[in-house]
Design a protein around this ligand. Structure first.
Ligand SMILES: O=C(O)CCC(=O)C(=O)O
Ligand SMILES: [Fe+2]
Length: 374
């Protein structure tokens, strides 16, 4: 056996060991939905650090809304959409789309019906691993000891390249069909948006889609129960998304906030709209032209809130690098190429806090640093 082959086996083994440690088995958990029913005070391990950043919700300061006109776009409208999406993605990292042609009511109803099932029924689908590798119902995403617990339960589904429908809930009966339909619709919409984003930086329409290759897509449904002390906890800690592009359905209850000029801006829940945000890989691929921005979720005293977040990224063994076409004297290379699997492991190990890691040092060791450009 040649030396490099032995070396490859050894490093594959090491990587598997590392993965096992990070994506460790999930211990039994109490759904937050159950805690919320019985407690008058929140347990200590859910109390989030105090945040001094003010919240603004003024008219005129809100995430841009882009009208997709059911994709019946004249060349002029097409140009407008490209311009609006590219501007929003570099200034906000977030935008909402309306008239996108996707039926969002069915998957939202089916998901809410799932979370309203008795605890015993939901626990049949309890996630077996932390992180973003196995389908299932759970509450904790990271196994880091110091990760603050979120006032949130979730249902995670892998939807591309493989969909293991046998693992998906059988209740409510229409769940699988509704969510599988949403996954297909979101794949199509994500590809169209990637086309607009490519054109927005003068690259061929299929440029970013090709960079992602066969998409790795997942759907994370977040359920934020009403909370006896909503000001002490967070539904989601401030974080940036680690994938390429996130497509999100809100349910009409406010809660999502995005960081803009050091203030939290509420992302208004527009009925039927889809919120889209640039995630870390696309910031990296676009060499910083598009920004993966920090956001968080606040919870309510009495009303639960539900969101459905769909992550579009590349396969775990892909390497991702800034587009050479977007590097020149005026725009020096800001990021080091990264292996997506390593990147996700680093994020899961740390838990969803702060700006995710971006590889910015220029040697070849996979060393992740907190990225602090913005
Ligand atoms: O619940 C929301 O509105 C946002 C959730 C989120 O940020 C995420 O799933 O990454
Ligand atoms: Fe997020």
């Amino acid at each position: 056996m040649c030396r490099c082959y032995k070396g490859a086996i050894k490093s594959r083994k090491k990587r598997k060991e590392k993965e096992r440690e990070i994506f460790a088995m999930v211990e039994e958990f109490v759904p937050v939905q159950e805690l919320g029913k019985s407690l008058k005070e929140v347990p200590k391990n859910y109390i989030a650090p105090e945040d001094k950043i003010p919240v603004v919700n003024e008219p005129g300061k809100s995430v841009p809304v882009v009208d997709l006109c059911d994709f019946d776009l004249s060349p002029k409208q097409h140009e407008r959409v490209v311009h609006e999406i590219a501007t929003a993605s570099s200034e906000w990292g977030f935008f909402q789309v309306i008239n996108h042609g996707i039926d969002v009511a069915k998957p939202q109803r089916a998901s809410m019906d799932f979370f309203e099932l008795p605890k015993e029924e939901k626990l049949k689908y309890a996630a077996k691993e932390y992180g973003f590798k196995s389908d299932g119902y759970g509450s904790k995403i990271s196994n880091a000891d110091d990760a603050v617990l979120l006032w949130r339960d979730y249902l995670f589904l892998c939807t591309s390249p493989k969909r293991n429908l046998d693992n998906w809930p059988t209740q409510p009966p229409e769940y699988k069909e509704a969510m599988s339909g949403l996954a297909d619709d979101f794949l199509m919409l994500a590809k169209k948006v990637l086309g607009f984003l490519s054109e927005g930086v003068d690259l061929p329409t299929d440029y970013f889609e090709k960079c992602f290759g066969i998409p790795n897509q997942s759907i994370l449904t977040n359920y934020y129960p009403g909370c006896p002390e909503p000001d002490k906890v967070l539904g989601f800690m401030p974080h940036s998304d680690f994938g390429g592009l996130t497509l999100l359905l809100q349910d009409g209850v406010p809660g999502l906030q995005v960081l803009k000029n050091n203030t939290w801006v509420v992302v208004e829940p527009i009925p039927g709209a889809i919120t889209i945000n640039i995630s870390d890989l696309l910031e990296l691929m676009s060499n910083g032209r598009y920004r993966s921005v920090i956001h968080r979720v606040q919870v309510n005293a009495s009303r639960p809130r539900m969101s459905i977040a769909c992550n579009y990224s590349c396969s775990f063994d892909s390497g991702v690098a800034p587009a050479p076409e977007l590097i020149d004297e005026e725009h020096p290379q800001l990021y080091k190429p990264v292996n997506f699997g390593d990147y996700v492991q680093a994020v899961v190990k740390k838990g969803p806090t702060g700006k995710s890691y971006m590889l910015i040092n220029h040697d070849s060791k996979p060393e992740y640093m907190l990225f602090q450009k913005h």
